[in-house]
Design a protein around this ligand. Sequence first.
Ligand SMILES: [Fe+2]
Ligand SMILES: [Fe+2]
Length: 202
Amino acid sequence: MLIKPNDLFYGEKYINLSRKELLEKVQTQMSSQRFKHVLGVETAAVELAQRYGVSTEAASIAALTHDYAKERNHGEMHDLIISANLDLELLQYGSEIWHGPVGAILVKKELGIQDADILNAIHYHTVGRPEMSLLEQIIYVADYIEPGRVFPVVSEARKAAETSLAEAVAFETEHTLLHLIGQKRKIYPKTIDTYNTWVAKP
Ligand SMILES: [Fe+2]
Ligand SMILES: [Fe+2]
């Protein structure tokens, strides 16, 4: 039987908070609309975690915290990119990309999350990377297919995620790039590395 997020009980392996306490802390960081999205990502991630044999607790924590930094002040994010020695090329792009790497730093500092896999899942959820753990793939995909998402190819993406996580990562990467190119937006170069690994034919 499928476990739902509400059934989860956190041990102390990943975080010294109960799920309820974590929900309260996350909620203070964002609008109610975004919080709803985060809960949707958690539902999708916990389901994918069971399908692909990953810790449901890690998936829940990574999903609930993946957008922790999204509504942080622009200046604070900018300063953190510099003080934490993140890729300075990020500064030429927007907070849509920044909130991944910046979020990983903030949840470590403010919520005490130390687990490298969870922190990487948060860090790379915006652009992916060539080598992604199962948890990283799950958060990347869950963010795209959560129940609240409505866009033309979302049902195709959900279908891919039912049979192959790698296929879902490829689908999402391809369609996100197509969308950005369609709008003549700048492409953060590391997104191309993700594309070359997950989508391009050898
Ligand atoms: Fe995000
Ligand atoms: Fe998100």
